[in-house]
Design a protein around this ligand. Structure first.
Ligand SMILES: [Zn+2]
Length: 458
């Protein structure tokens, strides 16, 4: 493996920024210092002056090749990881989703098989979708033997992968005992079923009505219950895709009480509001759950990111094809798969809308897209930091590069983008993953990219 010397970049971690050289060897950061002199004359030298050097992004919430009633999400691990790398994200955490009653081990084996063609490093969260006689033992074995320390529980989707409150409490108790963390999809599933059935039976299923089928109260109620359960079981709680102003209030209150609660939001909730659903059929591409919210929610989410109440920005990357401008399907939210893409634009969007527009600092940005997710999910300091001994996952970031997002030019495998025509400032000029330059000035070197399954710590 070729050694690399990154010269004169502005190294930017979550807490510090300084100009220095970085020596990369054997896939690791071997040394950091001023004016490093390489022993090997054949070393590849990258001049990073005028650039920021960031730790590779960690996106802890993606769904590649997710099976749904309407087919799989359009990115598999290969195309999705290419998209991730092109945007500076070098580690992905996806999910294993066993069917109710299925063994966690056998579901994991199947999912690892699907994830094997990932071109960037990846790990998996385990979903617990039912409680059986083996569940406690299996959760324990996931943590101890498989490097899986986080467990997803769904308060919604009770008919398929969701669980009721007594089951969620039991699962949290088991996760706590095993030393893991729970991740909860916080939407009240009973209200969802009730409203959807009511709207379907009255023929009220136009895309413009979608937000009405999943009102903010559905999330707020579920967040409050999840926090209550976390307080009772003492199981650490990570709230996925938080979208509402009142949700942030609840997290803040819980943190003040000393409850171990973390929360993430996603780029689409920070940049788009629910007025897009008024576009009729063309709004099909904006269907995701929870739905987009109001402008006041967006500004509160940014405040929450700035003050640390929200600690992670993930994408919940889960695109589906045929939802673009020429969408010709039904104007019926109940018939269209929910999910949007974003894994390639997460870092640029948040840098541009957050750092450039002065809503968050550059250090907060690094924390949100890399360091905090690495710490919360047991990857730090292997990932999430530019430190001696860490994996050589680095982004040579051009803070001034201007670009426009279009479905046509994106790397994810999807025929639409919810960010179509968004103008952004800041993008990777080079991406180094596992000590190899895999993306350079818009071009991939796929022969160099190779993802590994990463075992995580508690
Ligand atoms: Zn998700």
């Amino acid at each position: 493996m070729e050694d690399i010397l990154v010269r004169k970049g502005l190294i930017t971690n979550h807490n510090r920024q300084y100009k220095s050289d970085i020596l990369i060897s054997g896939g690791k950061i071997k040394n950091i210092g001023k004016e490093l002199i390489p022993d090997d004359k054949n070393i590849r030298i990258i001049d990073a002056s005028g650039h920021i050097v960031l730790p590779g992004g960690v996106d802890p919430h993606v769904h590649m090749s997710l099976p749904t009633g309407n087919g799989r999400s359009s990115d598999d691990f290969e195309s999705g990881s290419i998209a991730a790398l092109s945007g500076g994200t070098t580690t992905l955490i996806d999910f294993v989703t066993p069917e109710k009653g299925e063994s966690l081990h056998s579901a994991l084996a199947k999912r690892k098989n699907e994830a094997g063609n990932s071109l960037c490093d990846y790990s998996l969260h385990m979903s617990v979708t039912s409680i059986g006689p083996e569940t406690e033992k299996e959760i324990f074995e996931m943590v101890k033997n498989e490097g899986i320390t986080s467990f997803k529980l769904y308060m919604a989707y009770k008919g398929s992968i969701g669980m009721n409150d007594p089951e969620i409490l039991k699962a949290m108790e088991m996760i706590k005992k095993a030393g893991g963390i729970s991740m909860i999809h916080c939407e009240n599933g009973d209200i969802e079923d009730f409203l959807r059935e009511k709207m379907v039976s009255s023929g009220n299923t136009g895309i413009r009505n979608y937000p009405e089928s999943r009102p903010p109260e559905m999330e707020i109620d579920a967040i409050n219950r999840a926090i209550l359960f976390s307080g009772i079981t003492r199981c650490p709680l990570y709230i996925v895709h938080l979208t509402t102003e009142q949700g942030i209030d609840s997290v803040l209150k819980a943190k003040k009480k000393g409850i171990s609660v973390f929360a993430e939001t996603c780029p689409h909730y920070l940049t788009l509001d629910d007025s897009v659903y008024g576009k009729g059929k063309k709004a099909a591409k904006y269907l995701m759950s929870p739905p987009l919210r109001k402008v006041h929610d967006i500004s509160r989410l940014w405040d929450g990111l700035n003050d640390g109440t929200l600690e992670v920005i993930s994408t919940d990357h889960c695109p589906f094809n045929s939802k673009g401008e020429n969408y010709s399907g039904p104007d019926d939210f109940s018939a269209i798969p929910k999910g949007v893409g974003g894994v390639d634009h997460r870092m640029s969007l948040i840098y541009s809308k957050g750092v450039v527009e002065k809503k968050i600092s550059i250090h907060r940005f690094v924390n949100l897209v890399s360091t905090r997710p690495a710490k919360i999910f047991g990857l730090y300091p292997q990932k999430g930091a530019i430190m001696k001994g860490s994996d050589a996952d680095l982004v040579i970031w051009d803070p001034n590069r201007k670009s426009k997002i279009t479905a046509e030019s994106q790397h994810q495998n999807c025929d639409s983008s919810v960010y179509e025509n968004f103008k952004i400032t800041g993008a990777p000029s080079k991406v180094i993953a596992g000590g190899k330059i895999v993306f350079e000035d818009g071009n991939f070197d796929l022969t160099r990219a190779k993802g590994n399954y990463i075992y995580r710590k508690r």
